[in-house]
Design a protein around this ligand. Structure first.
Ligand code: NAP
Length: 521
């Protein structure tokens, strides 16, 4: 069996201990073991020191030069696309289409940040806003600037996007001039491991720019200092624990958390049955439920429809979900693979039971599924499950518990934007909500009502129905993250994402001297 190595201190390192059971990577369709991973015995303090030292090289480079490193990462991943897709299918339970979403998302996000690097050009220091005259004369000025922090960026990622998760964080940190230690979730680490192997084999990055842990983070976080940053994606329970690490608190380590989210879709009262907008809404809901077997942080979990449309929406979704073919994701005819781990399967079944207290299953089953091309009883399969919550209440599990699988609940509202927004807000902070309507007043009131509780809101309307991006697709140019339950974090957003890795400093003094400090080149 393959033993995954970590890449720390500029070399491959094998964990010395006996890996525990959770560090066994399997194929979730067959349960066949694929690899083992362990970081036992790895000196995390030394790994962190090596990474920090790698920052000097990155900081010497201009944005354009760092952008070229990021572009080289994108190209290397793309050049090995087929191999990476194969690993995502085997270890992640991804269909080929799911795997492309992850792997192409990785190379695409890196390419977008490479372009941003080219745009920022010869600069090493970024100006933040206009200079402000401070004194009586035009000489005394204040200017905010952004400079790279001198620590390392520790990236801890979730199991669902082993390629994109690594790349979307690394692209921003490296462009900002900060070296990275990346730690994927162990259960699906094969893809990230291979990406790092490729980058090392092809000497894409300078020493120290990217270190990699295959397995537990060990005591890494206890060595973090005030110039380091921690970016975490995963469950809110883990996020809370990492935020409370002594070293993080003692040294005011900057932390970004991307956690759970009960994303919603709102169908406006004006949307006619069978219209392009109606179809867009149904396509988005059905895709989000089943893409990556619903294991997408941005997937729609709550579907609010005017009460008069409930039955029509449920019927139309049933029809679409009935066409989903669950099974071995390596088969071309399969459109939804298994959940990623046995734990995920247990959690999803448990979550559906929780939702059962306030909603009735109207399609699918938590336990019965016939999976194509797999031995009976093998694999972590579940069917898409649609529930109907007739009388939604903010205290219901559907507004408080994220079921991280192919599960969504349709619920009624009275057709007013205020009522829709009140229900959406009961999710207590989300990554994205989509509103489908052509009615300007409804869209305005719904969007402004839900916006303070979200990182992103998408508006689906007839005029953009044919070109709209699915709400579950995170774009490098727009921010990703959300308040409250979603972790309170913010990533990407083009240039905005760089700020997490930079120190904002207010410079004040003689304008000519300030300009010499911030000059390009
Ligand atoms: P998880 O169990 O919280 O694990 C996330 C990561 O944290 C993994 O890499 C895990 O490593 C690591 N970890 C666990 N304990 C740690 C510790 N004590 N010190 C350092 N690292 C530690 O979450 P998951 O099951 O992978 O992901 C599912 C959750 O992620 C869902 O709730 C979903 O909503 C959320 N998610 C959010 C976003 C977003 O962008 N907001 C995106 C994707 C997923 P090991 O695997 O080695 O245990």
């Amino acid at each position: 069996m393959i033993e995954l190595l970590s890449h720390v201190g500029g070399q491959w390192a094998k964990g010395s201990g006996q890996p525990d059971k959770s560090a066994l990577l399997v194929n979730p369709a067959t349960e066949e073991p694929l690899a083992r991973a362990s970081t036992a015995g790895i000196d995390m303090k030394a790994a962190l020191a090596f990474a920090r030292a790698g920052g000097a090289d990155l900081r010497r480079r201009t944005f354009a030069e760092r952008g070229e490193l990021v572009r080289a990462m994108s190209r290397a991943i793309h050049a090995h696309r087929d191999e990476l897709l194969g690993l995502a299918i085997a270890n992640g339970g991804n269909t080929r289409s799911d795997a492309k979403f992850d792997v192409d998302g990785a190379s695409g996000t890196l390419a977008a940040y490479a372009d941003l690097g080219a745009e920022l050009g010869d600069a090493r220091v970024l100006l933040d806003g206009e200079a402000t005259q401070l004194g009586r004369s035009a000489r005394l000025f204040g200017q905010h600037v952004l400079v790279p922090r001198e620590g390392a960026a520790v990236h801890v990622n979730a199991f669902n996007f082993p390629a994109w998760g690594l790349a979307e964080k690394a692209a921003v940190a490296i462009l900002a001039g900060v070296p990275v230690i990346t730690k994927p979730a162990t259960s699906t680490a094969l893809v990230s491991h291979r990406i790092v192997q490729i980058l090392v084999e092809e000497s894409v990055l300078p020493p120290g720019a990217l270190s990699f842990l295959a397995g537990s983070a060990g005591d890494l976080l206890s060595h973090l200092g005030g110039q380091d940053v921690l970016a975490f994606t995963g469950s809110s329970v883990t996020g809370r624990m990492l935020r409370g690490t002594d070293a993080v608190l003692a040294h005011s380590v900057r932390v970004n958390v991307e956690a759970d989210s009960l994303n919603a879709a709102v169908l406006g009262p004006d949307v006619e049955l069978g219209s392009d907008l109606w179809n867009l809404f149904l396509t988005d809901v059905a895709r989000d439920m089943t893409q990556k077997t619903g294991q997408k942080c941005t997937a729609i979990r709550r579907v609010y429809v005017p009460s008069a449309r409930e039955e029509e929406v449920i019927e139309a979704l049933r029809e679409r979900l009935a066409a989903v073919k669950v099974g071995d994701p390596s088969r071309d005819d399969v459109t939804m693979g298994p959940l990623a781990t046995a734990q995920q399967l247990a959690d999803v079944r448990d979550g559906i039971a929780k939702l059962g207290a306030c909603a009735k299953v109207v399609f699918g089953s938590a336990t019965e599924v016939s999976a194509l091309g797999v031995s009976p009883g093998k694999g972590f399969f579940v069917s898409p499950v649609l529930l109907h919550g007739k009388e939604p209440d903010a205290r219901d599990a559907v507004h408080n518990h994220e079921v991280f699988g192919p599960v969504a609940t349709v619920m009624p509202y009275d057709g007013t934007a205020t009522a829709a927004a009140t229900l959406v807000r009961a999710g207590a902070g989300g990554l994205v909500t989509s509103v489908y309507s052509d009615d300007k007043a409804f869209v305005r009131d719904a969007v402004l009502g839900i916006a303070p509780y979200h990182g992103r809101v998408t508006v689906g309307s007839s005029k953009v129905a044919s070109q709209a991006f699915p709400p579950g697709t995170v774009l490098p140019s727009l921010v990703h993250g959300g308040p409250g339950r979603a972790g309170g974090g913010e990533e990407l957003g083009g240039r905005r994402g760089l700020a997490f890795y930079q120190q904002r400093v207010a410079l004040q003094g003689d304008r000519a001297l300030l300009e010499a400090i911030t000059a390009k080149g």
